[in-house]
Design a protein around this ligand. Structure first.
Ligand SMILES: Cc1cc2nc3c(=O)[nH]c(=O)nc-3n(C[C@H](O)[C@H](O)[C@H](O)COP(=O)(O)OP(=O)(O)OC[C@H]3O[C@@H](n4cnc5c(N)ncnc54)[C@H](O)[C@@H]3O)c2cc1C
Length: 507
């Protein structure tokens, strides 16, 4: 006979819900996780996206940076996060800017070739030494009760870094520190992932930037071996081993914040009660389930997943495609190109030359390909397109236009069309799927297709917060434990951890 009362009910089995479940079950709490879909993982899943093609793509999120080693250690997670040797490659005409994590001389030569001088390399080293310092100081605080703004500034302990990352628009800082348009763009893309903002004016871009450089005290973006699905499968196993009950195909329909009643549908309607209800849901979805008025966030990205029969040829003879595509490969993302695309998208138009970045998971971790594909030299390729806000896709024809322009944008920097490299599925269809923000809203239940559930927040407490962990809501019984909490966003497990700590009274 299933229980009718739990210490904690968690709505949603995204990775954060699973982290919370694992911590709480480990502490002896009776935990029920209810997941709407027929599988766990939320936006951190692997999928065979093309029928008959044995490639397990990280369909939504694909790289891990923000997951603290402390969570991995606390929960005893068996995960391998592999460092990428090449951080990035940016084609520029017939050459390109290569950032090689293990060969400083090669990186320096590449800066020399592309920027025509040493200034930007020195500026780059100074800038990332500064972000590295901030990462080491701020990352550990993310798993502690919130500090106020002044306290966090003291933790950072560097006035210049504080001003440049927290107070001045990042676009202005980058324009001042770097001379080269390409280098400026490479730095700025981290402020625009899933975030529609003008980095020259809007501090929202700073918040996005910060989350891209502080992960686990290093800011490295690592490849989860086995794909994102391996991360959430492991989390679900650990949570269950500690006694958490996980029910998939169970959609939460309503939460009563006064009684702790949670009504869900798994084919039939049921109600359970809980002392605490944790919402691994976007704040807009939680508001709806509480009977309140939801906000309307807006995501801004075009995600394209591909399987290639071979890597495309580059125009640059000095770099092997296997090097260039194993890091983040920037496409038409110079500072001026980003600004032009932003202006067009803000004016309601799909950008003429969409800025985007691609990366091949299978170059670092071939285990996601079946043996035949591996032997044949196939690869997965993931594209993340910037400045594609949800508002552009109200007209269904806009998706086709956005995909066509994005492919043309890739082709503008390659020596051959990407279409010639796409693997064909047994059906004869090319292996390419594209997801606009509105597709994500439909498929993944993300309001406005916002990949962080809503706009990223500063990592310090502000007026209006309901409690010390940044997960509390106006209702004592109900806590957020997803990306929409303060210090949420990305594959981090941080809001899951923090919600569990709030429940366990570790303030
Ligand atoms: C295209 C894309 C690329 C990204 N790339 C990266 C990346 O490379 N690295 C990175 O760190 N981050 C990335 N992100 C962001 C990151 O994936 C998310 O911010 C993070 O995974 C959110 O995790 P979560 O557990 O908080 O929520 P989610 O993963 O959204 O989980 C919420 C869960 O709740 C379930 N649910 C919703 N409504 C109900 C209901 N009524 N009842 C029951 N269950 C419900 C959902 O089905 C889902 O399983 C990306 C996101 C997207 C979309």
């Amino acid at each position: 006979m299933p229980r009718s009362h739990y210490d904690v009910v968690i709505a949603g089995a995204g990775h954060n819900g699973l982290v919370a479940a694992a911590y709480l079950a480990r502490a002896g709490r009776a935990v029920l996780v209810l997941e709407r879909l027929d599988h766990v993982g939320g936006l951190a899943v692997s999928a065979r996206a093309f029928p008959g093609v044995d490639a397990r793509l990280s369909r939504y999120s694909y790289l891990v940076s923000l997951l603290p080693s402390k969570i991995v250690k606390d929960l005893g997670l068996r995960l391998e996060l592999r460092r990428r040797r090449f951080a990035s490659y940016t084609p520029v005409g017939d050459t390109g800017l290569l950032v090689d994590n293990e060969d400083a001389a090669r990186t320096a030569a590449s800066f020399e070739a592309v920027t025509g001088g040493r200034h930007d390399l020195a500026a780059w080293e100074r800038f990332y030494a500064m972000t590295g310092h901030v990462a080491r100081r701020v990352a550990p605080t993310l798993l502690e009760p919130l500090r106020g703004r002044t306290e966090l500034r003291e933790v950072v302990g560097d006035d210049e870094a504080w001003r440049d990352l927290f107070e001045r628009p990042i676009g202005e800082v980058v324009a001042e520190r770097f001379a080269d348009d390409t280098v400026r763009g490479v730095v700025l893309t981290d402020s625009l992932i899933g975030t529609f903002a003008d980095p020259a004016a809007d501090l929202l871009a700073n918040r996005c930037f910060l989350y891209h450089v502080i992960g686990d005290g290093t800011g490295d973006w690592n490849v989860p071996v086995g794909g994102m699905g391996a991360v959430t499968t492991e989390l679900a196993e650990v949570a269950q081993r500690h006694g958490a009950e996980i029910r998939t195909g169970a959609e939460v329909l309503a939460i009563d914040p006064d009684t702790g009643e949670v009504t869900f549908d798994d084919g039939a309607e049921h109600t359970v009660t809980a002392d605490k209800v944790l919402a691994n849901l976007p704040p807009a979805v939680l508001a709806r389930l509480l009977g309140e008025t939801p906000e309307r966030p807006e995501g801004s990205q075009l995600k394209i997943n591909m399987v290639l029969s071979r890597l495309p040829k580059l125009r640059d003879p000095a770099v092997d495609p296997a090097e260039a595509f194993s890091g983040t490969f920037h496409i038409n993302e110079s500072r001026d190109q980003l600004a032009a695309a932003y202006a067009q998208a803000a004016g309601g138009k799909v950008p003429d030359l969409p800025p985007a970045e691609v990366y091949c998971h299978s170059l670092t971790d071939p285990s996601i390909l079946g043996p035949e594909l591996r032997e044949a030299g196939a690869h997965t390729m993931t594209l993340f397109g910037l400045h594609m806000p949800a508002r552009l896709f109200a007209d269904p024809a806009a998706k086709q236009e956005a995909v066509a322009r994005t492919l043309a944008s890739i082709n503008s920097v390659l020596a051959e069309p990407i279409e010639d490299c796409l693997l064909r599925a047994p059906s004869g269809e090319p292996c390419l799927e594209a997801k606009t923000p509105l597709d994500l809203e439909r498929e993944a239940g993300l309001p406005g297709g916002h990949i962080f559930h809503h706009d990223l927040s500063w990592p310090y407490g502000e007026e209006g917060d309901h409690g010390p962990w940044g997960v509390e809501t106006a209702h004592e019984r109900v806590l957020l434990c997803g990306a929409g909490a303060r210090r949420g966003g990305g594959v981090s497990g941080i809001p899951g951890h923090n919600a569990a700590m709030a429940v366990l009274g570790h303030a």
